[in-house]
Ligand binder design. Structure first.
Ligand SMILES: [Zn+2]
Length: 280
């Protein structure tokens, strides 16, 4: 056995449905989170986000938090969790209020190098979210574009430092994280486990939870600006066909990304940024 070696990998019975949102904006998409055309695809106008929450509530699903998921008191075999990536300022000034109006709380994954920068939450806002009952986790320090291509040392550093920064801000250990960029590999989970995380969310659209070196790894379903409401409710209510469809579409996208590598990312950015400038 050597450091970083994979110790265990097993599938457990828990099948949570986890939704991934990013920013929610009132006007200009660049007001919260990462700027540009690519990130804008993931940002929902506030009125659309409110409709999503109404639709989720209508399915009778009440989102729960990680500590409840881990407790043995979960009635639902496929509970629903809601997560928000990047740490954009809309978490503090729009999203938390919208969730709380429903009596819900969310998970917010913060990119720590951006704390206090334009469009991102400050330390005080992150502390405030925790005091209101939301969960804060790490989304890495620098938000690598292709995290699966990072060396084990860089991966360990991204998780360790970001966890330390957030634990210091909150004055308590931060143990949850989400993988930035949509590129997942088992090395990412091995490094996350070694840096002390206990729960890691990927962007793989699955309800299956796996264990990697004691770390719980959950899949998630990404919600885009243009995701139809019917799809959101189908996933939130655990409709099998909707979940399988997401998995098939994701595998296809992964194959294209793998074939294209860096060229795929550069071309995607070029096209989306041009569109973004044109539209705004
Ligand atoms: Zn992200």
């Amino acid at each position: 056995m050597y450091p970083g070696m994979l110790m265990e990998r097993e599938v457990t019975a828990a099948m949570p449905r986890v939704l991934t949102y990013h920013d929610v904006v009132e006007e200009h998409p660049d007001a919260s989170g990462f700027p540009g055309g690519g990130p804008a695809l993931y940002k929902l106008p506030a009125r659309v986000f409110a409709r999503h929450l109404d639709a989720i509530a209508a399915t009778a699903a009440s989102p729960i938090l990680l500590p409840q998921l881990r407790s043995s008191h979960v009635d639902d075999a496929t509970p629903l969790l809601i997560t928000f990536d990047d740490g954009g300022v809309s978490a503090a000034n729009i999203i938390a209020d919208a969730l709380e109006r429903k009596g819900w709380r969310g998970h917010f994954f913060v990119t720590t190098d951006y704390i206090g920068r334009k469009g991102f939450m400050t330390s005080a806002q992150i502390r405030d979210l925790t005091s209101r009952g939301h969960i804060i986790g790490t989304h890495s320090c620098s938000h690598p574009r292709r995290m699966s291509a990072c060396s084990p040392q860089i991966l360990r550093d991204e998780w360790h430092r970001s966890r330390m920064v957030l634990s210091e801000i909150l004055d308590k250990p931060v143990t949850a994280g989400s993988v930035p960029g949509g590129y997942y590999s088992e090395n990412i989970a091995i490094a996350a486990a070694a840096s002390g995380l206990t729960d890691l969310f990927t962007s793989e659209p699955t309800t299956r939870m796996t264990m990697v070196n004691g770390l719980r790894v959950y899949g998630r379903f990404s919600i885009y600006r243009r995701t139809p409401l019917t799809k959101v409710t189908a996933i939130a209510s655990g409709r099998r066909l909707a979940i399988v469809r997401e998995a098939v579409a994701w595998e296809l996208k992964k194959a294209i990304k793998l074939a294209g590598g860096e060229t795929y990312l550069k071309l995607r950015k070029l096209i989306l940024d041009r569109q973004h400038r044109y539209l705004l």
